[in-house]
Design a protein around this ligand. Structure first.
Ligand SMILES: Nc1ncnc2c1ncn2[C@@H]1O[C@H](COP(=O)(O)OP(=O)(O)O)[C@@H](O)[C@H]1O
Ligand SMILES: [Mg+2]
Length: 283
């Protein structure tokens, strides 16, 4: 569904995306995880034909994003990172406007709009002014709008950024449901929990480069399934990783008394990121 070969975007001499090689199959719920500035939005903008690659190539549904723009565009819907809605319209009008842009015929428009508002749980709000919706509702409206032309692939750029935990979970449910209903989903996030909770496969991007790509479980396994965090006087935290609790326990028993805090826990994608880059995802 998505394929890139050495996809690159350079601004002056700065490589925002650096020779990205990626394949996402139809039906996947794929996560692109990385800290702010890693190159996630730039990647989405190239894949959705909003900005031209300066190197390499990309295909959506086998259509080249540079030379077969129009056909590539029919295959996907996109929800941008920043809320982009006409604030003074009603929910219905916003959908209507977008459906017209896609040249969807009148009767079909009505049917799809009510079906989609129902799908994202906004049916009861169709007369509300967009500006008065909560953050979570705005996101759901943007998703409904992106689905109007029935794309097989949906790009979601940081879909839950700035939303509180409960609203975020509700959006996760919607994203899972869309994927179960057949949509391929490519989402970006800088939230570890989001990538772990939602994604079948995760690509980790750091300074424009793809530094890991696998199922969350496999990424963890490579680092070690169990993490031991220690804090000693006068030193920062230290992380060590082990294949299992037994070997982690054996290590803990060798630790000197000065070690003050000690946590043994399952590893996560944050640990994977730290191991690969020496940094935390959110710094
Ligand atoms: N139009 C632009 N001109 C110059 N630099 C840019 C532009 N867009 C993005 N960048 C830079 O490219 C890098 C990646 O940005 P972005 O793709 O937005 O990262 P992310 O979405 O992962 O936070 C950042 O360092 C950013 O400042
Ligand atoms: Mg971004």
């Amino acid at each position: 569904m998505i394929r890139t070969e050495k996809l690159t975007k350079t601004y002056n001499n700065f490589r925002a995306v650096d020779e990205l090689d990626l394949k996402v199959e139809a039906g996947e719920l794929f996560g692109f995880l990385g800290p702010n500035g890693a190159g996630k939005t730039t990647t989405i903008r190239m894949l959705t034909t909003l900005t031209r690659p300066t190197g390499g190539e990309a295909w959506i549904n086998e259509f080249n994003v540079s030379t077969q723009k129009f056909r590539a565009k029919q295959a996907f819907g996109v929800v941008q990172q920043h809320v982009s809605l006409d604030r003074e319209l009603t929910v219905w009008e916003s959908m209507e406007l977008h459906a017209r842009l896609h040249h969807i015929a009148r009767a079909e428009r009505r049917r799809r709009i009510s079906e989609l508002l129902d799908y994202v749980d906004l049916a009861g709000h169709y007369r509300n002014i967009v500006d008065e919706l909560s953050g979570g509702m705005k996101r759901r409206l943007m998703i409904a709008r992106a689905l109007l032309h029935r794309p097989r692939l949906l790009f979601l750029d940081e879909p839950t950024v700035g939303l509180d935990a409960q609203v975020r979970r509700r959006l996760w449910d919607l994203i899972r449901r869309m994927n179960l209903d057949g949509a391929t989903v490519f989402l970006t996030t800088h939230y570890i929990e989001e990538a772990e909770a939602l994604c079948g496969r995760v690509g980790i991007i750091h300074q424009g480069k793809l530094i890991a790509l696998d199922r969350p479980q496999e990424l963890r396994r490579k680092v070690g399934m169990v993490a031991v965090e220690t804090v000693s006087d006068g030193k920062g935290s230290d992380y060590r990783y082990f294949a299992d609790r037994e070997t982690a326990g054996a290590y803990v028993r060798t630790l000197p008394r000065e070690v003050r805090t000690l946590v043994m826990r399952d590893s996560n994608l944050e640990d994977v990121f730290i191991e690969l880059t020496g940094r935390k995802v959110k710094e």
